[in-house]
Design a binder for this molecule. Structure first.
Ligand code: NOJ
Ligand code: NOJ
Length: 458
């Protein structure tokens, strides 16, 4: 934590009023890379939903069919991506809206279909063939973040539909409160609420145990599920989901290691890789992001979270030679320092765009919180404004880092070579583009709050 704050303070432009700093933030917003990248990202996401040779609503992790084959519907990747698409739909222009609507409704149908397909681990099954049949080859299963993320994405879509006056459709196709009647969202909520205590494979599909990432998204599914259940008149279920969320919170706090100064990725490992000794893992940041409800539970400005961000970033400075070259902005971030997965081989891990963007988004969110809770006196507001600006700047550096390694056409592969920096492993990983969208959302949200603060001071 001390190091994080020292670093943040070191970036301060001292002696400048927060008003000036805030208009600087506005100016930087006009840097077109991230907004341009976001438009491209939405297009790329749309291309990867409902491939021509698949069942409508399948979302391919990437179009690569070999070395490695990512031509599957991963429940996790799909859920993460569709949260973004539902958010985009809500603000889309009249041209994009019908396209996004069709993709969301196909995804709903596909999800409903694959829930009924017999699969080795039922709702915890991590990936499906694009025709909707189960992938039955050897794999790390179950992965219990999947049903939580699927529920979260469908709840977001359901809330949009309810706002459009379509609660009857939601009741018929998405959430049925009647006892014994199966419906897609409730199926996942029931699965999460009854199975979360059981060990499962992590989001990197390598270790079976209890994971911070999985717990965070399970908590969010339980809270958002509880709210939807209430709305649908399912009061008993609502209370039950909300109780599970409280229990998950207690579990989540056990991942904090005060001696190491960070939240660990996994506890109670039962099987899988044995070389992840540091337990430092960007999965923790992704868990905070994908599980975030802005409800005060583990906010990004929490000193323990800031310390975790800082420790993760520093570990990758040592891990990758590309981070020791001085002349490139920021730090390229990988999954975890001991990673060996290079996409085609196990000769060494690489930095990933979606992991690097996670740092950016986390600092943007921290900056937003600092502004919101900046206090009432002019002095605390000024201090908060400066602190937030520094965090926003820090976030920007990670975005610039991804920009630096991106292909010239803006496309992003799963990884960036640890020595040369060039894009490597599968091209056009769908999840990357969802990460671009959420990073821009959070940057815009924070910059808007800063402008509001500045306006109030005038
Ligand atoms: C493929 C997984 O998707 C990847 O995350 C993992 O590192 C390798 N298999 C090895 O288990
Ligand atoms: C490997 C990653 O480790 C995993 O998180 C992801 O779900 C799959 N690739 C598909 O993108």
């Amino acid at each position: 934590m001390k190091q994080a704050l020292t670093f943040i303070r070191a970036v301060f432009v001292s002696g400048v009023t927060s008003l000036v700093l805030i208009s600087a933030a506005q100016a930087r917003l006009s840097d077109p890379w991230l907004p341009n990248e976001a438009s491209l990202s939405l297009q790329k996401i749309v291309e990867n939903i409902s491939p021509p040779d698949g069942r409508p609503g399948a979302i391919i992790a990437a179009r690569s069919k070999e070395k490695p084959n990512y031509y599957y519907h991963w429940v996790r990747d799909a859920g993460i991506v569709m949260v973004g698409v539902a958010n985009e739909y809500a603000v889309a222009n009249p041209h994009d809206k019908p396209i996004l609507r069709r993709k969301l409704s196909e995804y709903l149908d596909f999800s409903t279909y694959i829930q009924k397909v017999p699969a080795p681990t039922g709702l915890g099954e991590p990936k499906f063939n694009v025709d909707g049949s189960a992938y039955t080859g050897p794999w790390g299963r179950p992965q219990n973040d999947g049903p939580a993320l699927r529920a979260i994405s469908l709840i977001h879509w359901a809330l949009v539909l309810i706002r459009e006056g379509q609660i009857d459709f939601v009741r018929a196709k998405m959430y049925d409160a009647r006892v014994g009647v199966a419906s897609v969202i409730k199926n996942d909520l029931e699965y999460v609420s009854h199975h979360w205590t059981q060990p499962s494979f992590d989001l990197w599909e390598e270790v079976r145990g209890d994971h911070f990432y999985t717990r965070m998204v399970q908590r969010r599914a339980m809270i958002e599920g509880s709210r939807l259940a209430e709305l649908m008149g399912d009061h008993g279920a609502s209370a039950w989901y909300s109780r599970q969320a409280r229990l998950l919170e207690t579990e989540l706090m056990k991942f904090w290691d005060p001696a190491r100064g960070y939240f660990m990725a996994t506890l109670n490992q039962v099987e899988g890789l044995d070389y992840k000794t540091s337990q430092l893992d960007t999965a923790v940041i992704l868990g905070l992001l994908h599980g975030s409800l802005n409800d005060g539970f583990l906010p990004f400005s929490d000193p323990r979270v800031l310390s975790t961000l800082d420790k993760i970033s520093k570990s990758f400075v040592q891990t990758f030679s590309i981070n020791q070259k001085g002349n490139i902005p920021g730090v390229a971030i990988g999954r975890y320092p001991e990673d060996r997965y290079g996409g085609v081989d196990f000769n060494g891990g690489n930095p990933w765009p979606l992991c690097t963007l996670a740092l950016a988004e986390a600092y943007y969110r921290a900056a937003g919180e600092v502004v919101r809770h900046g206090g009432t006196s002019p002095t605390t507001k000024l201090a908060a404004g400066k602190m937030a600006m520094a965090m926003l700047d820090l976030g920007d550096v990670y975005v610039q880092r991804v920009q630096f390694h991106a292909n010239v056409d803006g496309s992003l592969s799963e990884q960036m070579d640890r020595n040369t920096g060039f894009m490597t492993s599968v091209p056009d990983l769908t999840w990357n583009y969802a990460a671009v969208l959420s990073t821009l959302w959070e940057r815009n949200a924070t910059a808007t709050q800063m402008q509001t603060l500045a306006a109030r001071k005038r």
